[in-house]
Design a protein around this ligand. Structure first.
Ligand code: GDP
Length: 307
């Protein structure tokens, strides 16, 4: 909890401070709601989530006969927790062996870094991990992963690319799954090339990767994660939608929450799927160290914003 709190210090110093200012005193009136709306919108909470939160506050104010602005802080905490709680579903990797996790995301979102952190997380749980270097697009990405694996004593399956010939990501991942089965590995983390949701041919390629995983191991991937940079702002919602349409996501990793003062993006993501099945945020990235990938706990997150 301390790491999450520290990681969210920028958001707390911005959003949290502004909210505390609003809730400092005085009466609850329309001006207050308007100011609150502005604060939430500027923190990337988005129009829809902001409207939902304000409605929820009005309901609480009415139901409980609240009159003082100071009482709104607790009400907002409650509303935010209610909005975010459905996203807090821990990843259960016990259901399959090997448990195969496919990771997607746009370049620079923090995919490679998150794979390292995830491998570390699972190793701490006593699990064996194998990495599939499926980002055959960038030789540097493959080399980065191989070097990282060597340093941290984690197996990496990679294909050499020879000159002009790029490796086939699906083939690498196929080999990795078979290696994991042969070795009795607990968890496979399958990297894929970074891409933009707008690059249609690349989206087709990643769909193929998913199909090949299912061929190598029926029922897999057991988890399809999108790695999402918290600094993406409102575009995050579009990115989630595009990757979900292409792949059928089962979870998110939201990175670089320590680097943004606008943690409201999490609420925007929650609101996006509020009426459908929620898309769990499995982990949040709150720093650059190996242990700075944390399971998402709604109450912990909300508390870290306000205290
Ligand atoms: P990829 O292109 O998606 O594989 O992105 P990388 O894993 O190479 O990450 C891009 C940059 O973001 C690197 O400098 C990482 O150190 C940094 N990064 C990734 N996750 C986090 C995070 O949670 N917090 C911070 N501060 N930096 C991060």
């Amino acid at each position: 909890a301390a790491r999450v709190r520290q990681g969210l210090s920028r958001t707390r110093n911005n959003l949290g401070k502004q909210l505390s200012g609003l809730f400092g005193g005085g009466k609850i009136d329309e001006d207050l709601y308007e100011e609150l709306e502005t604060v939430l919108l500027t923190a990337d909470t988005g129009v829809s989530a902001t409207a939902w939160l304000l409605d929820e506050l009005r309901r609480q104010v009415k139901r409980n006969g609240l009159t003082d602005a100071a009482q709104l802080k607790e009400a907002l905490q409650k509303a935010l927790t209610a909005l975010l709680d459905p996203l807090a579903q821990l990843l259960d990797t016990e259901k399959n062996k090997p448990f195969i996790i496919m990771l997607a995301g746009v370049n620079g979102a923090g995919k490679t870094t998150s794979i390292g952190k995830l491998a570390h997380h699972f190793q701490l749980q006593g699990k064996t991990v194998l990495l599939a270097a499926g980002d055959t697009f960038r030789a540097a990405a493959r080399e980065q992963l191989v070097a990282w694996g060597e340093r941290n004593n984690i197996a990496v399956i990679a294909h050499e690319s020879n000159g002009q010939q790029k490796g086939d990501p699906a083939a690498v991942i196929f080999d990795a799954i078979n290696a994991a089965k042969a070795r009795g590995t607990d968890i496979v983390l399958a990297d894929t090339a970074g891409r933009l949701a707008t690059q249609l041919h690349l989206m087709e390629e990643i769909k193929k990767v998913k199909r090949v995983i299912a061929k190598a191991e029926p029922g897999a991937p057991h988890e399809t994660l999108l790695v999402l940079d918290a600094n993406t702002g409102q575009n995050a919602v579009n990115q989630v939608q595009a990757f979900d349409d292409a792949l059928g996501l089962t979870g998110l990793i939201v990175t670089k929450l320590d680097g943004t003062a606008k943690g409201g993006v999490i609420a925007a993501i929650a609101r996006q799927r509020q009426q459908k099945s929620p898309l769990p945020i499995r982990f949040i990235g709150v720093g650059e160290d190996l242990d700075d990938l944390r399971p998402f706990v709604a109450s912990e997150f909300v508390e870290a914003l306000f205290d």
